[in-house]
Design a protein around this ligand. Structure first.
Ligand SMILES: Nc1nc2c(c(=O)[nH]1)N=C([C@H](O)[C@H](O)COP(=O)(O)OP(=O)(O)OP(=O)(O)O)CN2
Ligand SMILES: [Zn+2]
Length: 120
C-alpha cells in the first residue's frame, strides 16, 4: 500500500551552475509542493500504514528550514534544483520515516523531480 502527504513551502533560489544567460541563474522564487510517499503494510487494527499526523510531525521541522528561506544558503542546497532538493529531503526524512518510498518536489504544477533513494 502507498500513502502520500503533500506539503507546501515558499522559497527563493538561483541556479549557480546554469549559464548566466539562463533565466534561472537570477534569484527568483517558487511556491514548492512536496509529496512524501510512504509504502508499507496496512496495520489491521489502525487501518493505517503510518498515521498522517506522524508524517506531519516527522516532516514539519524540515519544512520550517525551507519555508521563506533562500535555498542556496541552506547547507547541502547550494545548487537547489528540484532534483537536489528531492535528494536533500530524502536523506533527512528516511531516518525518521523508514517506510519512505519517494519524495516528489514540484517547482510548478507542471515540473517535478521524484527521488526514491536510487539512481542518484
Ligand atoms: N531539470 C531541471 N530543470 C530546471 C530546474 C530544475 O530544478 N530541474 N529548474 C529550473 C528553474 O528553477 C526555473 O525557475 C523553472 O522555471 P519554470 O519552469 O519556467 O517556472 P516558472 O514558474 O518560473 O515559469 P513560468 O513559465 O513563468 O510559469 C529550470 N530548469
Ligand atoms: Zn527556479
Amino acid at each position: 500500500m502507498k500513502i502520500s502527504q503533500a506539503f507546501r513551502f515558499e522559497a527563493a533560489h538561483r541556479l549557480p551552475n546554469v549559464p548566466q544567460t539562463h533565466r534561472c541563474h537570477r534569484m527568483h522564487g517558487h511556491s514548492y509542493r512536496i509529496e512524501v510517499v510512504l509504502s508499507g503494510a496496512v496495520d489491521p487494527h489502525t487501518g493505517f500504514v503510518v498515521d498522517f499526523f506522524d508524517m506531519e510531525e516527522a516532516f514539519g521541522p524540515l519544512l520550517k528550514t525551507l519555508d521563506h528561506h533562500c535555498l542556496n544558503e541552506i547547507e547541502g542546497l547550494e545548487n537547489p534544483t528540484a532534483e537536489n532538493i528531492a535528494i536533500w529531503i530524502w536523506e533527512r526524512t528516511k531516518p525518521r520515516l523508514k517506510q519512505l518510498s519517494s519524495v516528489k518536489v514540484y517547482e510548478t504544477g507542471d515540473c517535478w523531480a521524484e527521488y526514491d533513494g536510487t539512481d542518484r
